[in-house]
Design a protein around this ligand. Structure first.
Ligand code: SF4
Length: 260
């Protein structure tokens, strides 16, 4: 571990104001995180420590800016005409589930305005509060970072158990989800585990789409700016051969696989 996980109690102390969301940044015309044109709210704070994290500046649960939920809804309303039939608001991160009760309020407010909601999460928690939030989440974007728990632990600092349980829960509700997989040479490109990952979800009826996101080095400067040692600084982007291998395996199990 290259810097310590912040404990949950400390996180709670910083997220107890129910009217304000702790955010890192906002994107007004996002097209990468969910369908259509979306306002993307990147929240601050994450308990994973992915070796390949491209946004290490979102990790600290004490950082970011507190923004009123009403202000976020008003911004979404001003943008609503651009959302069309498929767009809306996505909450990404950092890790949104750390602020789940506020997001439940936010998503309810957005639904009252007829705005589509999308949650991009690593699935770190699977409990009743999260289930309530998922009731108001039109589309779940779930990042399943590795199917093997030992490797998942080495890659992210934590187990994949809750993520897999949350996927199974979402499937049981019949509500839509997209699965996301970051393809990292030497870490997540083993044929055996790609096959296992795909088999694990191949019978799921709610998975509308699987996205393969090739690792890149665009976040490297952020690690430097934060004076943190970047463990994957020498890792290359996946070759065309590796990309096609992953795509071929996933295509055997899912109807709609997108290599980004
Ligand atoms: S879950 Fe996302 S934000 Fe958190 S460490 Fe991993 S890549 Fe970074």
């Amino acid at each position: 571990m290259y810097f310590p996980l912040q404990d949950i109690e400390a996180a709670k102390l910083n997220i107890d104001d129910p009217e304000h969301l702790r955010i890192h940044s906002l994107e007004t015309f996002g097209t990468h995180d969910g369908p259509g044109i979306r306002m993307v709210i990147f929240v601050q704070g994450c308990q994973f420590r992915c070796l390949y994290c491209q946004n290490p500046d979102t990790l600290d649960v004490r950082g970011g800016t507190m923004v009123e939920l009403r202000e976020l809804v008003n911004r979404a309303i001003r943008q609503k005409s651009y959302f069309g039939d498929t767009g809306g608001v996505t909450v990404s991160g950092g890790e949104p589930l750390l602020q789940r009760s506020k997001l439940l309020t936010l998503f309810k407010m957005l639904h009252e305005e007829g705005i589509n909601t999308c949650l991009d999460t690593n699935g770190r928690l699977n409990n009743a509060q999260v289930h309530d939030l998922l009731e108001h989440t039109d589309l779940l974007l779930l990042d399943v970072k590795h199917i093997n728990d030992d490797i998942h632990h080495k890659l992210t600092g934590l187990t994949n158990r809750a993520t897999l349980e949350l996927a199974a829960y979402r499937e049981s509700t019949g509500k839509r989800m997209w699965l996301r997989y970051v393809l990292v040479p030497g870490w997540t490109d083993q044929e055996q585990y790609l096959e296992e990952w795909a088999q694990h979800f191949s019978d799921y009826k709610t998975v509308e789409r699987v996205e393969i996101i090739p690792f890149h080095q665009l976040g490297q400067h952020k690690w430097k700016l934060m004076n943190m040692e970047y463990p994957l600084k020498d890792t290359p982007t996946p070759s065309e051969e590796i990309r096609q291998m992953a795509l071929g395996i996933f295509n055997k199990h899912f109807d709609n696989v997108i290599l980004k």
